[in-house]
Design a protein around this ligand. Structure first.
Ligand code: NAP
Length: 380
């Protein structure tokens, strides 16, 4: 692993600062820029000489400057930053294009890439990993899952001595916030969504979150590191009630009855290796869990992932799953990892093949049926 990025920042034995370009000056990008300029940890401090911020790309330069980013760093031409005198490209624009093309161009040129873009990694992970392996450019995406809470490095490095048999978890803070509010206040889905948007917990277009697509993206990223395969994103089943995917068909009545029965409804992303033939099963399902369980007690925008590993048993990671400052902490940690020569997020794991997951059928002993008619599998 070390050595993949070994030449980055080295110049004839003497080290110079890594020249960093940040693409995107939104919720996360602004915090990353501030972290670099302020030196938010000893490794980032200006006197450490580790990094030099050479440019920040945004579309609305006036707004970006008003957010405190020095005007001389700003540009509306991210491709120029990628092609220019930079060692590390930090992609925080989101969406598929031009993010995918810019990440691919940076890796092709042998530049390190740090991103929080689960949408791109889930759909183009195999291609981008292949380029990074070819050019030996570090490719890191810890911030793509659970925001600032470290989970990917745990899977690829700390659990490398065991075999993960299954994982499941709450990986989308927006939907968990909406479900928590609906249960606590007895409000319907539409009102809880509007409230989440007004409070900044849901985007203006919440489709990716509430329909379960974001959770499926994160499941692909988790599976790459937990099981060593790139799951075909299109093959991940997402729970739907008729034409209502994800949590969009959950009603206040369902949550009230679940509460009466000592249950909480959670959107769980799950994957496991089938014992019979080793095939991976994966799905994103609205699931009923005991209200008193750890998943039932994971409220609001918090995330929690539970992992079953052979000879180790169950372990769990819980923490903030989103937010500019928290997510920036993971991006900055990835930058420090690049500086150390730690290589890519997959560490020493071998290259991964593309695989289509079988649909994960709930291992539920029973189903909870809400007044809406939706059947929720019940899990411990
Ligand atoms: N927000 C979170 O809590 C969170 C958590 C985990 C992961 N992430 C991921 O982090 C990434 C960034 O999220 P965010 O919330 O920071 O997004 P955001 O607030 O929408 O910011 C996106 C930034 O990218 C810029 N941008 C977009 N397209 C561009 C283009 N073609 N050229 C130049 N600049 C462009 C935007 O510029 P303008 O504003 O000028 O249009 C804006 O500055 C996404 O991949 C997201 O999934 C976010």
């Amino acid at each position: 692993m070390a050595g993949q990025g070994g030449s980055i920042g080295d110049s004839g034995g003497a080290t110079r600062p890594l020249r960093v370009a940040v693409l995107g000056a939104g919720t996360v990008g602004r915090e990353v820029v501030a972290g670099l300029l302020e030196g938010r940890s000893p490794g980032l401090a200006p006197e450490s000489g580790a990094f030099e911020l050479v440019g920040v790309a945004a579309r609305d330069l006036v707004r970006a400057a008003a957010s405190g980013i020095p005007a001389h760093l700003l540009t509306d031409a991210p491709a120029h930053l990628v092609a220019g005198a930079t060692d590390v490209v930090v992609e925080l624009m989101g969406g598929e294009e031009p993010a995918r093309t810019l990440i691919a161009a940076a890796l092709t040129a042998g530049k390190a890439v740090v991103t929080a873009n689960k949408y791109v990694v889930a759909r183009h992970g195999p291609e981008l990993e292949a380029i990074a392996r070819l050019t030996r450019a570090p490719f890191r995406y810890e911030a793509a899952v659970m925001g600032g809470t470290p989970i990917l490095r745990l899977l690829s490095e700390d659990l490398a001595g065991t075999t993960v048999s299954s994982l499941r978890g709450i990986v989308n803070g927006t939907t968990n916030h909406i479900l928590t509010e609906m249960a606590a206040n007895g409000v319907g889905y539409a009102d809880a969504l509007a409230d989440a948007q007004a409070s900044g917990y849901a985007e203006a277009d919440p489709t990716g979150d509430v329909e379960g697509g974001d959770a499926a993206d994160k499941l692909v990223v988790l599976a790459r590191l937990a099981f060593g395969v790139w799951l075909d994103r299109a093959g991940i089943a997402v729970h739907r009630r008729g034409d209502r995917p994800g949590i969009t068909g959950v009603t206040a009545g369902d949550l009230a009855r679940a509460n009466r029965d000592g249950l909480a409804i959670r959107l769980l992303a799950s994957a496991r290796r089938r014992a019979s033939d080793g095939r991976l099963e994966a799905a994103v399902l609205t699931t009923a869990v005991p209200e008193a369980s750890a998943l039932g007690q994971t409220n609001g925008v918090r995330n929690r992932i539970e992992i079953e590993a052979e000879r180790l048993g169950r372990l769990a990671v819980e923490g903030p799953g989103a937010g500019g400052a928290a997510t920036a902490a993971a991006v900055l940690a990835d930058l420090l990892a690049v500086r150390r020569g730690d290589g890519s997020t997959w560490g020493d794991l071998p290259a991964a093949a593309l695989e289509t997951a079988a649909s994960l059928l709930p291992k539920a002993r029973s189903f909870f049926v809400g007044p809406s008619g939706v059947k929720y599998p019940v899990e411990d």
